[in-house]
Design a protein around this ligand. Structure first.
Ligand code: BTN
Length: 258
């Protein structure tokens, strides 16, 4: 269990983690952060837990994580953004996480559309954004982040796609130090989000993404679409060149054809 005192020691952030809730066990840090956000918790509030009994993943999936091995946390933001610009939050999150993981692993960190983080081609982190809108603007955003830090083994069906920092680097990581790096990373990038420096954030994300110009397959509900990944549109949708013309996707699972 990481203690609150250890996380706060030397953290020195301006906004992120100023309000911090630490749990040994919780249903979902996102569920908790959402309740806090609905009752007015300030921007930068963070909820972290050692174990989740009902961890939420993307597309209604579950997020299962070994107790005490990883980082499971949610960050509440209240950015000044119109609803149609909320897509930038995905890329903002991926970029601050990638930078922080690069600082602790000294390895290249890849971003995979829409919101996975890869190390050596395997997923080491998933992001789940839950946004709330009022009158066409973002009221709050809960950024849920699950990072596989020291987990050694994964379910059979995940073992070729999922990994942890431990598995890739061959040694354990101090979770409190990794967590501090992430909180500092979010705190440092936050002003760029507020100043509307969307292009800089997207350029960083683009430079970490390997799918553009490559043949990809996207699974979107029951649909499976193949084509060439062209670009992201202004809302963060993935534009694919298919045999029947260009199609844009806002959700789904994408794989690069080998
Ligand atoms: C994905 O499906 O890749 C996104 C997974 C996000 C998991 C994290 S763990 C902390 C936070 N709380 C949750 O219930 N989910 C997110």
């Amino acid at each position: 269990m990481i203690s609150k005192a250890t996380i706060l020691r030397g953290l020195k952030t301006n906004v992120v983690g100023k309000k911090l809730f630490v749990f040994e066990e919780i249903d979902s840090t996102n569920a908790c952060a959402k309740t806090l956000a609905e009752t007015g918790t300030p921007e930068g509030t963070v909820v972290v837990a050692d174990f989740q009994t009902a961890g939420r993943g993307r597309l209604g999936r579950r997020w299962i994580s070994e107790p005490g091995a990883n980082l499971l946390f949610s960050l509440v933001l209240r950015p000044t953004l119109k609803k149609e610009s909320a897509g930038i939050l995905t890329f903002f999150s991926a970029v601050f996480i990638a930078r922080a993981l690069e600082n602790v692993t000294h390895r290249d960190i890849e971003c995979k559309w829409p919101n996975d983080i890869l190390l050596n081609g395997r997923k080491c982190c998933g992001i789940l954004l839950e946004n709330s809108f009022v009158q066409g603007k973002v009221d709050f955003s809960v950024i849920g982040i699950g990072i596989n830090v020291n987990q050694v083994s994964f379910q059979d069906d995940l073992s070729d796609r999922a990994t942890s920092l431990f598995k890739e680097l061959g040694h354990e990581f101090n979770r409190a130090k990794v967590f501090q790096e992430l909180l500092r990373g979010a705190d440092t990038l936050l002003p760029s989000l507020e100043k509307g420096e969307t292009r800089a954030i997207m350029d960083d994300w683009d430079s970490r993404c390997r799918m553009f110009g490559k043949p990809v397959t996207i699974l979107h509900g029951e649909e499976r679409i193949s084509g060439t990944a062209l670009r992201l549109n202004a809302e963060g949708g993935l534009v694919i060149d298919t045999p029947t013309g260009e199609s844009t996707f806002y959700a789904g699972d994408v794989t690069i054809a080998q």
